[in-house]
Design a protein around this ligand. Sequence first.
Ligand SMILES: O=C1CCCN[C@@H]1CCCn1cnc2ccccc2c1=O
Length: 509
Amino acid sequence: QMGIEAKKNVDFPKWYQQVLTKSEMLDYYDVSGCYILRPLAYNVWKEITNFFDGAITEMGVEDTYFPMFVSNRVLEREKDHIEGFAPEVAWVTKAGSSDLEEPIAIRPTSETVMYPYFAKWIRSHRDLPFRINQWCSVVRWEFKNPQPFLRTREFLWQEGHTAHLTLEGATEEVYEILDLYEKVYTDLLALPVVKGVKSEKERFAGGYFTTTVEGFIPTTGRAIQGGTSHCLGQNFSKMFDIVVEDPASDSSDPKKLHVWQNSWGLSTRPIGVMVMVHSDDKGLVLPPRVALTQAVVIPCGLTAKTSKADANKLYDACDDLAKRLKKAGVKVKSDLRENYTPGFKFNHWEIRGTPLRIELGPKDIQMNQVTCVRRDNGVRFTIPVADLESGVKDTLETIHNDMLQRATAQRDASIIRVEKWEDFVPALNNKNLILMPWCDRMECEDDIKERSARTDDDEEEDERAPSMGAKTLCNPFQQPTDKPIVPGITKCVACGQDAKHYMLFGRSY
Ligand SMILES: O=C1CCCN[C@@H]1CCCn1cnc2ccccc2c1=O
């Protein structure tokens, strides 16, 4: 079928949709906000789950599975934490033609499903740290315009829920998990993220503090929350009465201790960020470590004059190369279809994001080499057949590192240090994120959001020029060191009050 008609920098939403459908990553579905993940996309999720589940298993987290249905009574138990979310909750009200006695909610997250059982199962401090996780889908009936992977009404995720004896023990795990989320982005998807703490306004209201990995989409200049690791404090353990005997108290006069909890989640959203950052006008560009097919071998130089014997010799040589690479652990295919030209095949595998094309023609056979073309930068080079395995594997590693390095350089160039308020909105409208000294006050955050919404109506409101105001993204763990905040001296750029720390701001999904 045709290539990508839309251009990434001209019509981003159309381009994104065409890349996803023509690469066969995803298909659209007749229920709005829901999409079909096809093998190419599902394989990315599989690599993420393999990595993350291996790491949390190493930490002692155990997988479980809780029902997807939440009774009204149970969901209501945490009124204030869900009051903001209530409009998103989907309800089952009928079975067949008969109404249900009580409507049943479909889980949007599982705190209220799990925590009554935490109270039942956690009896002694020896049961701590208690750590479970589940891989499942959740439903949030959002009304903002859906975007494949970034904002969908059903999505796959993992949600970890743990209980600890101390705040220190819980806090240590919050950061350990956040580091794993960062690795999902950098080590698997070749994407940079900023790690930090969410503001009072942006954090999970039911929790104590929220840490986040923030991604960035250069084409729209918008940030995206890429994964969250919350410390819940004792809020939920007080609500659900999850207590143990305080081991520090005297057994003759035992004290009750409410456990300290965390919850952390990562969804299929990173897959959307990966497509938006790395893909181009020729289609999908897959980071090698999550590609279903990492290399494809294509026979070249065959003409109508080529004898059947010579053609078969070439096909056998391609198959041999593919067998050698498969044995070396490379995910490789050889495309020996006879009714397609090499050019057609090049396009077929390019649009599907295949990291490396390996061409084999009569000249290559004669020179005992293969000709390679990288999908990420189009560079063409040869590898001697004798060095095939090491050459291809080294190239795939180099492709990953170059993709991460390019995306990081572009993200760094888009973070603007602002020292005067009048530079804030221009920087924002120029598709940048802003890093500036900030007072850490909710009123100031609300004020900044208002003062930075694009009002001039001559700028058409579209995906590429969003008009929403700036949000705080996070208080980066890595604070600038060239101009440290001087307490009582350095002022908030937006309101002039004492600055507490640098804050990252931006328009976001
Ligand atoms: O982020 C995470 C990580 C995984 C576990 N849950 C936490 C917090 C979820 C916050 N949240 C988010 N959307 C919701 C939507 C409807 C009802 C409740 C909620 C809700 O509590």
